[in-house]
Design a protein around this ligand. Structure first.
Ligand code: NAD
Length: 285
């Protein structure tokens, strides 16, 4: 039976340490603050923003939500980003995605100051990740790397197969794993014979968004499985992209859904807000 990677417990331990970092900043007269831009009425986005707000409150980070109408023009969005970039009381800026189709999300991410880009989506920060330089790493991949660290899972020389190539999860994960000396394979919707790639994985990271898509016959004995997916099955129960019950018997480590990658993502966002605040203090010296 696999060791269950307890993301909930690990995230709690990380948040406890972040509280202390936040206290230290406050003692030196700096109040960390996160500004979140939410556009329209997308229900899941509203829940994600609420969870981020709760996490900020727990740690002592000020949270300000900017709720914009779904018909907002690009110019107005960019003006708001410019205003937040200039606001010295704001240390982190997050644009909650998805945003309405008529808006250019790439321009918006590009406009967020790299120093306040706590989601790591500005091309400058993406480039720094590629070059293995210190930067803000996108929160879900960052959280996964923290899990490997916490459970002493060394990536050196391992075959890591990532399924999914989104800008938020799959692509930054490629660099994170490469930076840790893994041999990385990336699969996606156009991959031929997916099983051939999943079977050879020492570490399998799945971010597709299809309930229980990865089955027992697709993995080898002793595999480490990281399940990023968040889905609802036919009974409305929250599930990952992996058939947990059956794969757990074969794997050496596995993340559950819920309680795996999800809590780590928010903890890493909080970490990035404090890092942004600390960086500003260091640069001011
Ligand atoms: P996305 O929809 O942007 O991308 C999905 C990816 O899966 C694509 O690259 C696509 O090529 C690939 N894919 C689809 N069908 C496939 C198939 N049959 N075979 C192989 N590859 C296939 O997704 P995303 O934003 O990366 O999210 C993926 C999942 O992870 C979703 O369930 C999402 O809710 C979840 N998620 C969880 C967290 C978290 O913190 N736990 C964070 C982000 C995303």
């Amino acid at each position: 039976m696999a060791v269950i990677i307890d993301g909930k417990k690990l995230a709690k331990e990380i948040r406890e340490k972040l509280k202390i970092r936040c206290e230290d900043l406050k003692k030196s007269g700096i109040q960390p603050k996160l500004a979140v831009i939410l556009i329209g009425n997308d229900k899941p986005s509203q829940i994600y923003v609420k969870n981020k707000s709760k996490a900020c409150e727990e740690i002592g980070i000020l949270f300000k939500e900017y709720l914009l109408d779904e018909k907002i023009e690009q110019k107005e969005l960019i003006n708001l980003i410019d205003k937040l970039n200039k606001d010295t009381t704001v240390h982190g800026i997050l644009l909650q995605s998805p945003i309405p189709n008529h808006l250019d999300i790439n321009e918006a991410f590009r406009k967020i100051s790299p120093e306040k880009d706590v989601d790591g989506f500005n091309p400058i920060n993406v480039g720094k990740l590629v070059l293995n330089q210190d930067t803000f790493v996108s929160c879900t991949p960052f959280g996964i790397m923290k899990m490997f660290e916490a459970y002493n899972i060394d990536l050196t020389g391992k075959n890591v197969t990532i399924i999914g190539r989104s800008n938020i999860v799959g692509k930054p994960l490629i660099q994170c794993c490469l930076n840790k000396n893994a041999t990385v394979t990336v699969c996606h919707s156009k991959t031929k014979d997916l099983k051939e790639h999943t079977k050879k994985a020492d570490i399998l990271i799945v971010a597709i968004g299809k309930s229980k898509f990865i089955t027992e016959d697709m993995v080898k004995n002793g595999v480490v499985v990281i399940d990023v997916g968040i889905n609802r099955d036919e009974n409305g129960k929250l599930t990952g992209d992996v058939d947990f019950e059956n794969i757990e018997k074969k794997a050496s480590f596995i993340t559950p859904v819920p309680g795996g990658v999800g809590p780590m993502t928010i903890a890493m966002l909080m970490n990035n807000v404090l890092k942004a605040t600390e960086n500003i203090r260091i640069n001011a010296k």
